[in-house]
Design a binder for this molecule. Structure first.
Ligand SMILES: NC(=O)c1ccc[n+]([C@@H]2O[C@H](COP(=O)([O-])OP(=O)(O)OC[C@H]3O[C@@H](n4cnc5c(N)ncnc54)[C@H](O)[C@@H]3O)[C@@H](O)[C@H]2O)c1
Ligand SMILES: O=C(O)C(=O)C[C@]1(C(=O)O)C=C[C@@H](O)C=C1
Length: 304
């Protein structure tokens, strides 16, 4: 695929920025990639491994001359970074982000974006439990969705250009309104993470089952929970603090259903359990039939 942007600046050099850098290089999507991270150690590692073409000592320097700036920092840090880079943005440039929450990011970043600069929030639905400059890889976005969340007055040509970049990096793109995005993600990502964190915490607290037993005899489902519960604490603290309403709504419903299942177990209501599990199995089958099971061995990359 041809070059989409001349100069891309990545602010924050962790899993997502690193994967973007690898994917952009794989397909020659950016002329030059600059990068900045707050931590000196991260900048040092990024420079050592050649993660981007130029690691800069300030966010201001990184965004100078960039036609695309992508904020790849924890959700709670987005507003501060936007304020820092605002005076140094070129007219006609696009500022985007990859934050897991959209309404709070739009509210924190939007007011800092100068006239003549496009602001187009985005969220790639792909990740791992790893973080930091060494954790990225080019294939992370292959065949995964990237949701584009245009704000009022977003320029169509600028949106299309950003979508081309994500498609070039292997993703499928779709557009969604910010509040709806936050509700959908509360169901599909944020509440499940909290449940995984809780289950692993319960196992850790249970005096009658030793840590060694948990490690040695963990069944596949629990092992998946531990992978998710190993995710970055800063990132996930910020997700929950910034998607409060939607997450609390979904957790409220979760608690109600959990109580109903708990009651069915206590009262021996096998029909309730059987019907419930039949319904949930259909969801899994729907995901597979829709070709969305990215863990399946034949889930190859579809080039757009
Ligand atoms: N990890 C995932 O699964 C995943 C998936 C999709 C989207 N996201 C979102 O992407 C963003 C980045 O997540 P990640 O997984 O790449 O995290 P990460 O921890 O791997 O990287 C974050 C980077 O941001 C830097 N940073 C933190 N505060 C900063 C600041 N104030 N100024 C400059 N740099 C700063 C850190 O030094 C680090 O380089 C988050 O907003 C997260 O919600 C994460
Ligand atoms: O696979 C994982 O480790 C993830 O948690 C990735 C995951 C998800 O919930 O699917 C996590 C947060 C995001 O914002 C997007 C993707």
């Amino acid at each position: 695929m041809a070059q989409v942007y001349e100069r891309v600046a990545l602010i924050g050099l962790g899993l997502i920025a690193g994967s973007m850098a690898h994917a952009m290089r794989r397909d020659g999507l950016a002329g030059e990639i600059t990068g900045y991270a707050r931590s000196e150690e991260t900048r040092k590692v990024a420079a050592e491994i050649g993660l981007v073409d130029r690691v800069c000592d300030s966010a201001a320097e990184a965004v100078k001359g960039a036609d695309l700036v992508v904020l790849c920092v924890p959700v709670g840090a987005m507003g501060g970074v936007a304020a820092e880079i605002a005076p140094h943005l070129d007219k006609g440039a696009t500022v985007s982000d990859v934050g897991s929450v959209k309404r709070a990011v739009i509210e924190a970043v939007g007011p800092h974006i100068p006239d003549g600069v496009h602001f187009i929030p985005a969220h790639p639905l792909a990740g791992t439990e790893k973080s930091g400059p060494r954790s990225g890889f080019a294939e992370l976005f292959d065949n995964r969705w990237c949701l584009i969340v245009p704000v009022d007055g977003s320029d169509r040509a600028a949106i299309d250009r950003l979508e081309s970049l994500w498609q070039g990096m292997g993703a499928r793109t779709d557009e969604m309104e910010a509040d709806h995005h936050d509700l959908v993600l509360a169901v599909t990502s944020h509440a499940p993470h909290l449940i995984a964190y809780t289950m692993v915490g319960v196992a850790d607290d249970l005096g009658r089952v030793t840590d060694t037993e948990v490690v040695n005899y963990s069944a596949a489902g629990f092992r998946d929970f531990t992978r998710i519960a190993a995710s970055d604490p800063t990132m996930w603290r910020d997700v929950f603090l910034n998607n409060k309403d939607a997450t609390l709504e979904i957790l409220g419903r979760f608690t109600e259903e959990l109580f109903a299942l708990q009651r069915a177990i206590r009262t021996g209501d096998g029909d309730h359990l059987f019907d419930y599990f039949t319904r949930t199995r259909a969801i899994r089958r729907g995901i597979i039939e829709a070709g969305q099971d990215t863990d399946a061995p034949d889930f190859g990359r579809v080039k757009s």
